[in-house]
Design a protein around this ligand. Structure first.
Ligand code: RTP
Ligand code: MG
Length: 156
């Protein structure tokens, strides 16, 4: 028989400082789109933690601006669960470039809440490997198994 829970994944998302005041609206949209918000926490990111989180971008032209931005106000970190969650969350976010998002993906979160290329409202893990790392980084006690058994999935 077809097992609908087979491809349930967890992914990691952030509501960035420019959009964190819209947290309730964004949560509503996320739930509407069929995600379960397993964990969420509002926090202030230190420069040190931001640097560690964005290590892969160190040395890039936009790195300093990105760290400035991500430490400029409260962020909301989230553990999200859905069928194919990594891809589905990236799809709901829309493209990195807000102009592109507005033009080509007008219902995406970045089109609605983003301001520009840097201040683009949300973050999402770009692969299952990133999702595991990023979930561990912010939610060290959360299990990061990509597939859940039927038993486990009932908790959500
Ligand atoms: P994210 O990591 O936040 O989910 O975004 P992404 O994968 O779509 O984009 P990525 O290339 O990983 O870049 C991380 C964040 O850095 C800022 N950025 N600014 N050229 C620029 O000015 C530039 N490029 C990227 C954005 O905030 C982007 O989300
Ligand atoms: Mg990225």
């Amino acid at each position: 028989e077809f097992d609908t829970t087979r491809d349930i994944q967890k992914t990691f998302g952030i509501i960035k400082p420019d959009a964190s005041h819209k947290k309730e609206d964004i949560f509503e949209r996320i739930i509407d789109e069929g995600f379960t918000i397993i964990r969420h926490e509002t926090m202030q990111l230190s420069r040190e933690r931001a640097g560690e989180f964005y290590k892969e971008h160190e040395g890039k032209s936009f790195y300093e601006k990105l760290i400035e931005y991500m430490t400029s106000g409260p962020i909301v970190v989230m553990a999200l669960c859905k069928h194919d969650a990594v891809k589905e969350w990236r799809k709901l976010m829309g493209p990195t470039n807000v102009d592109d998002a507005r033009k080509n993906h007008p219902t995406s979160l970045r089109a609605i809440y983003g301001k520009n290329m840097t201040n683009n409202a949300v973050h999402g893990s770009d692969s299952l490997t990133s999702a595991r790392r990023e979930l561990k980084f912010f939610f060290p006690k959360l299990s990061v198994e990509p597939s859940l058994s039927n038993q486990e999935s009932k908790e959500y």
